[in-house]
Design a protein around this ligand. Structure first.
Ligand code: K2U
Ligand code: ZN
Length: 163
């Protein structure tokens, strides 16, 4: 089922997600709902934090045809190198895009939906997306990487659009 996505500056987006201790059917149902919600948005990544579930779970699919669903449970970046600038957006910060610098190449370890440990290397869009989603699990939004001036302007804009 579709899950409501929290929007900036909602304080719940700042919650630090807790590690998942048991990958059970409840987790697998949430994964299914998160993929459905992500594809519907549409987006290429979604963190459990964004749908108000504060556990360390992200779903990603950077393919054009929804053919590469990737679920990362308790993801950890174990290696990173290089620098890459990318124009980022966020489903929790609609209609706002800004350039963010992140590592170009990363190595990640995580559990899959069966609770099995795996590792993967990523760069370019997939690498950016994984870093963006892991930030969500730590209560960090891509706008936090921007200058104070840009953050103030965004808050003004958000306040105006609320009225
Ligand atoms: O809010 C989210 O976490 C979904 C993000 C993931 C993302 C952010 C920046 C760069 C890559 C991925 C996106 O809003 S999903 C929308 C989107 C679609 C195609 C390319 C970039 C962003
Ligand atoms: Zn986001």
């Amino acid at each position: 089922m579709l899950l409501p996505i929290l929007h900036y500056p909602d304080k719940r987006l700042r919650t630090k997600a807790k590690p998942i201790t048991e990958v059970n059917d409840a987790i697998r149902t949430l994964v299914k709902d998160m993929f459905e919600t992500m594809y519907d948005a549409p987006g290429i990544g979604l963190a459990a934090t964004q749908v108000d579930h504060h556990i360390r779970l992200i779903v990603i699919d950077t393919s054009e045809d929804k053919s590469q669903p990737l679920c990362l449970i308790n993801p950890q970046i174990i290696e990173k190198d290089g620098e890459l600038e990318w124009d980022e957006g966020c489903l929790s910060v609609p209609n706002y895009y800004e350039c963010v610098t992140r590592a170009n190449h990363i190595k990640v370890s995580a559990l899959n939906e069966q609770g099995k440990k795996f590792e993967l290397e990523a760069e370019e869009l997939l690498g950016v997306c994984i870093q963006h989603e892991i930030d969500h699990l730590d209560g960090i939004l891509f706008v936090d990487h921007l200058s104070k001036l840009k953050q103030r302007r965004l808050l003004e804009k958000t306040r105006k659009s609320k009225k």
